[in-house]
Design a protein around this ligand. Structure first.
Ligand code: ZN
Length: 246
């Protein structure tokens, strides 16, 4: 089983009737629900206002893949918890960062970019997501593109380091393009950023978006290392006296 924790700051749903109508139990519950329908995934949720943001060391130790949605309260996420999440990614926990999570403390720390900037506007446009890597595990089951009838527009330039894999590029009628699905390796962990999911758009109810997030969970899952690895001064593994010029 892949143990997933879906983290959501869970503020827009409480303060906006429009958002609550789309995600009555919070978008974390919508995301957890479609993941729970998979036979190989167990999903729990955590939210900002729980003690330790719901991300105790015990929860993180039991999490194989963490999903992150945040927007209006990035600054309220404690640095101690960010450090805890970061350390788990280094140990091999997968991280799937959604939409406005591009500006979260954890994503910026992992990317090493000091800014989190991108071009954006909210004009009620459709978005077309093109698959850049048809053989990539995250794109399995998709056609070569899919459309979302309404999404917030994100456009280049997106201040990220060059992705290890570029899985999606989005296009909108207004002319922008955006690297909307990107993979990186950090420590033993895998990180995927996926753009759809503005709070007033129903994107997490979309079957293609659900498929991408489900695929991303399986891609980001790493079986736990069963060995101890050395990252310190070491002695030779074999007798190397013959190689020393004697
Ligand atoms: Zn947004």
């Amino acid at each position: 089983m892949i143990h997933v924790t879906v983290w959501n700051e869970f503020r827009h749903e409480k303060s906006s009737a429009k958002v609550a109508a789309i995600y009555p139990n919070g978008m974390h519950e919508t995301i957890a629900a479609f993941l729970r329908a998979q036979p190989d995934i167990e999903a729990r949720t955590a939210t900002l206002d729980e003690p330790e943001h719901g991300l105790t060391q015990e929860v993180l130790d039991g999490t194989d893949v963490l999903i992150w949605w945040g927007h209006m309260a990035h600054g309220e996420v404690s640095d101690e918890i960010v450090e805890r999440v970061y350390n788990r990614v280094m140990q091999g926990m997968g991280l799937v960062v959604l939409h406005s999570g591009h500006a979260s403390k954890i994503f910026r720390k992992l990317m090493g970019t000091n800014t989190h900037k991108l071009r954006w506007r909210e004009d009620g446009e459709m978005a077309r997501l093109w698959v850049m890597d048809l053989a990539h595990p995250i794109a399995q089951g998709l056609e070569d593109h899919f459309d979302l009838p309404i999404e917030e527009t994100y456009g280049e330039h997106f201040d990220i380091p060059k992705p290890d894999d570029l899985v999606f590029v989005s296009w909108v009628p207004g002319g922008e393009v955006f690297r909307s699905g990107c993979c990186w390796h950090r420590g033993l962990g895998r990180v995927f950023y996926f753009q759809p999911g503005h709070e007033t758009c129903p994107s997490y109810h979309d079957k293609n978006v659900q498929l991408v997030i489900t695929n991303a969970v399986r891609w980001a899952f790493r079986p736990r290392p069963i060995y101890q690895y050395v990252t310190d001064h070491t002695t030779a593994l074999k007798d190397i006296s013959l190689g020393k010029g004697e």
